[in-house]
Write a protein that binds this ligand. Structure first.
Ligand SMILES: *Cc1c(COP(=O)(O)O)cnc(C)c1O
Length: 390
């Protein structure tokens, strides 16, 4: 039996061995509390954590002190959206309107819905058939009352890259703060918080070959973005995130960012080549296949495909040696078809016939060829077993 082939790198990535090696001593002898400023052991860990913070900041053109560590992108998104929405709604000149897109991650949508329950006005804008934001609709929706706009940099199901710089400019012109969930984009494509007018940016460790359970939120200092904190306590992380930092994980995220900065261009080229090879082989073997989302504005390693008339669950069951999913990991156990694909205008039936494929650093040409062969033969036999259409 062959080793399973993992093609679910948008759900999570393995920790890069280079990252793991840098983290390990901080689980062992370098265990001191990074907030223990009274002894040298604590100060040494703190210095290494601050170096990691700088490595994260460098990858987005930020200053180290603008980076707040969190447990992941879910927490960063909650902190940004609830924190900014609540701050601005209760400011002396309140702004009480928030905007996001229908194709955002659940944790963005649910944080926005929480603000709505607290009395803010929420617009969830549709996306175009290719998954991209409609900029003129967005421009018309942003008003002098808009507190916050949240638009993800790269989508976790369809890999589509949003026009972040254009959206940032629209927000800045109207004084709306701009948050971007960059869990899938950070370390994969170039981000620059100054050039793109991003005020708040969410990062996750385990999507970029770093450890699970760590992430970060970029919070702009000039002009100053203020958040109501979600946690209260010792006042760590500029008072935004009380609690002892998990130093090994922080250092791991910094190293993952450093490695991503070095390898980003080469990785993107190699992975786009593998992704295109996979797409060509699948299309040659099963010509009815359709790709979801813009092929042009897309992460280099993602495919999201509809096999018309074929149940995606049956397809996955027929290829047990491939690690694949139909959509986002948080909802893949749910029976509901993907709301992201629905937002693109796919029918329920087509959404239920769709799978997400993502190649990653460890993927080889042989993996791609074997995965394509397995998927094509499984799809062909499921198609042949189908009762003929009337
Ligand atoms: C994975 C992911 C998240 C959640 O990140 P965690 O670090 O697992 O909490 C949020 N948004 C997007 C787009 C993601 O891909």
């Amino acid at each position: 039996m062959n080793m399973p082939i993992y093609l679910d790198y948008q759900a999570t990535t393995p920790t890069d061995p280079r990252v793991l090696e840098v983290m390990l001593p901080y689980f062992g002898e370098l265990f001191a509390n990074p907030h223990s400023a009274e002894h040298a052991a604590g100060r040494a860990v703190e210095a290494r954590v601050e170096e990691a913070r700088g490595e994260i900041a460098a990858l987005i053109g930020a200053e180290a002190r603008e980076v707040v560590f969190t447990s992941g992108a879910t927490e960063a998104n909650n902190m940004a959206i609830l924190g900014a929405g609540r701050f601005r709604a209760t400011a002396p000149k309140p702004r009480t309107h928030v905007i996001t897109l229908a194709s955002e991650h659940k944790c963005v949508l649910e944080s926005m819905r929480q603000l709505e329950r607290e009395g803010l006005r929420l617009d969830i804008l549709p996306v175009q058939a290719d998954g991209l934001a409609d900029l003129s609709l967005l421009e018309r929706t942003i008003s002098d009352d808009t507190a916050l706009v949240s638009v993800m940099a790269a989508n976790n199901e369809i890999g589509v890259l949003q026009p972040i710089a254009e959206i940032g400019a629209l927000c800045r012109a109207k004084g709306a703060w701009f948050h971007s969930d960059a869990a899938q984009a950070f370390g994969k494509v170039t981000l620059d918080v100054a050039a793109q007018n991003i005020d708040l940016l969410s990062i996750s460790g385990h999507k970029i070959y770093g450890p699970k359970g760590i992430g970060a939120l970029y919070v702009r200092r000039r002009p100053r973005i203020r958040l109501q904190p979600l946690f209260f306590g010792g006042g760590q992380e500029r008072g935004l995130r009380s609690g002892t930092l998990p130093s090994p994980l922080c250092i791991g995220l910094g190293e993952a960012a450093r490695v991503a900065a070095l390898d980003m261009i080469a990785d993107a080229e190699r992975l786009a080549g593998l992704r295109d090879r996979l797409w060509q082989r699948l299309r040659a073997g099963f010509p009815q296949i359709q790709v979801n989302g813009s092929m042009q504005h897309r992460l280099p390693h993602n495919l999201n495909l509809t096999f018309p008339g074929i149940d995606a669950q049956a397809l996955l069951a027929a290829v047990p040696d491939l690690s694949l999913s139909t959509g986002s990991a948080c909802s893949s156990a749910a029976i509901d078809p993907s709301y992201v694909l629905a937002a693109l205008g796919l029918s329920d039936a087509d959404a239920r016939s769709s799978i997400r494929l993502a190649v990653g650093r460890p993927t080889s040409v042989e993996d791609v060829d074997r995965a394509a062969d397995r998927l094509v033969s499984a799809a062909q036999s499921l198609a042949a077993a189908r009762p003929a259409a009337e």
